[in-house]
Design a protein around this ligand. Structure first.
Ligand code: ATP
Length: 469
């Protein structure tokens, strides 16, 4: 199995406790996944890296955590009820479901925001050539494309109530809806000056038509979205700034410039003035795919919510005396897609020569140090020597207050290095007999595999310089 394949990443994630198929003992659920110990640590670090750059290092973006359940009218106003659909094709032989626009994409036809009539016309042309086949079984007996709603319904109230127009609620299909609805409360309570942003990270739900894309496309996922409220005269300049800011974030965390690119939306939503996606070249998905959207959305969102709620959502600028509905710039990224991107980018099988001069292969996750699930692993050289155990434990107990650490005394040190390399731990410390004598330990670097002796008293300072936070 090649390290570039999706099967390799899926099996790595399960074997090393990053991601598990949900409800597996009951046969699993399509496109729903659970994150295990190392998965959570990595996911939190990615989230943290986003929060730091989007909120902490700036002074113009505020945080929010809005509820998943929102008033049903929210999604009528936003156009999701009735309008948030994907075209679906079924295979009559194996019953697999496929996105019709993705089938067309394979033939170089862009069906983004096209009508179902257009999609069926194009599919029929390809069908006539005999080249249209099921992506699962290769069968040629496919249904016409039909519209499939992505909204996930639930109900609130008595569990025995049937779903009616009155009690139906949706699990939010995107997190930004909550930001629009809390725009007024944020302005009234915190009084931010224009332009300003509101950012939030949270779960979203879509009834996706999926075809084996692991955590790239799931039915329950986390989004990290930021809506930047501004005066329309500033849209052009802000759009360029945000594009640059988001692009730099990827480079900062180890994604190479030739592995990301901008995709410009040619067919814009009627309210949008510009829309670009950042695409990453996923080896595991066979090419460039959308990770993040940077979109200029005009004042459509607040106008719609103002119209449907009857609330005045104008912004009053006290310096100019101007009153207007702010325009919005959006950056929107899926945490699962970033997670997969970082694994796809960093997981390698590397040929090495062991200390005895033997050729070997190590699996190593060469992820940016600040994203690594475990930052430092601490080993006593031998398991059954009390003085080595207690010396190593002492270091572990001090360092774990600042960094996520792991104590490991299982097997020989070489095997412990391999285990830590595999999960991307940047540094391993070994406490040995010399440590008892001279108060130093060996610190081994994941990428260079070089070792150096560092004074135990200076470890905290040493690592403070190695990690940004
Ligand atoms: P796609 O065209 O791939 O379905 P989209 O254009 O519908 O994505 P948006 O609605 O713009 O996606 O959502 C913003 C971001 O949220 C996406 O760029 C992606 O990172 C993430 N995202 C959207 N849908 C999913 C999903 N089902 N699973 C995981 N992440 C998702």
């Amino acid at each position: 199995m090649s390290e570039n394949s999706m099967d390799y990443i899926i099996s790595y994630c399960k074997r090393r406790g990053f991601v598990f198929p949900s409800s597996e003992i009951y046969g699993g659920m399509a496109a729903i996944y659970d994150y295990g110990h190392y998965g959570i640590l990595l996911k939190e670090n990615i989230k943290n890296a986003w929060m730091k750059h989007m909120i902490q290092y700036r002074d113009d973006v505020l945080a929010l955590d809005s509820a998943i359940f929102m008033h049903p009218k929210t999604w009528v106003a936003s156009g999701h009820v009735g309008g948030f659909n994907d075209p679906q094709v079924d295979c009559k032989t194996c019953k697999a479901r496929m996105r019709a626009d993705h089938l067309l994409e394979k033939f170089g036809i862009n069906a983004d925001k096209q009508t179902i009539e257009f999609i069926n016309e194009e599919l029929n042309k390809i069908k006539a050539t005999g080249k249209l086949v099921c992506q699962n079984c290769g069968g040629k007996d496919l249904t016409e494309a039909r519209v499939f709603s992505l909204m996930v319904k639930s109900n609130i109230g008595s569990p025995t109530d049937a779903l009616t127009e009155e009690n139906v609620v949706y699990l939010r299909p995107e997190t930004c809806g909550g930001i629009y609805l809390e725009y007024k409360n944020t302005v009234d309570s915190i009084h931010p000056k224009m332009p300003f942003g509101i950012a939030q990270v949270g779960k979203a739900f879509r009834n996706e038509i999926v075809a084996r894309q692991f955590i790239f496309r799931t039915r329950e996922f986390e989004q990290m979205e930021m809506q930047y409220f501004h005066h329309p005269k500033d849209t052009k300049e802000l759009f360029e700034n945000w594009k640059q800011t988001r692009w730099n974030w990827y480079l900062q965390y180890g994604i190479l410039e030739n592995n990301i690119r901008w995709y410009k939306h040619e067919k814009l939503a009627h309210y949008a003035s510009d829309a670009y996606d950042i695409e990453y070249n996923y080896k595991s998905l066979g090419g460039f795919k959308e990770v993040e959207g940077v979109h200029a959305r005009g004042n459509w969102d607040l106008s719609q919510h103002s119209k449907f709620s009857g609330e005045n959502l104008d912004y009053f600028d006290q310096t100019t005396g101007e009153r207007y509905i702010p325009h919005i710039m959006e950056t929107s990224v899926g945490l699962g897609r970033l997670f997969l991107m970082f694994l796809d980018n960093a997981l390698v099988e590397e040929k090495i020569v062991s200390e005895e001069g033997k050729e070997d292969v190590r699996t190593v996750l060469k992820i940016h140090k600040d994203l690594a699930p475990i930052k430092i692993a601490i080993f006593p050289l031998l398991k059954n020597k009390e003085e080595l155990q207690s010396g190593a434990r002492k270091i572990y107990n001090i360092l774990k207050r600042n960094w996520m650490c792991e104590f490991d005394d299982n097997g020989n040190v070489g095997k412990r290095y391999r285990r830590q390399d595999e999960i991307g731990t940047p540094y391993c410390i070994t406490f040995d007999f010399d440590s008892l004598e001279d108060g130093t330990v060996t610190v081994r670097d994941r990428d260079t595999m070089k070792q150096e002796r560092i004074k135990i008293d200076e470890l905290a300072k040493y690592f403070a310089e190695k990690f940004e936070y």
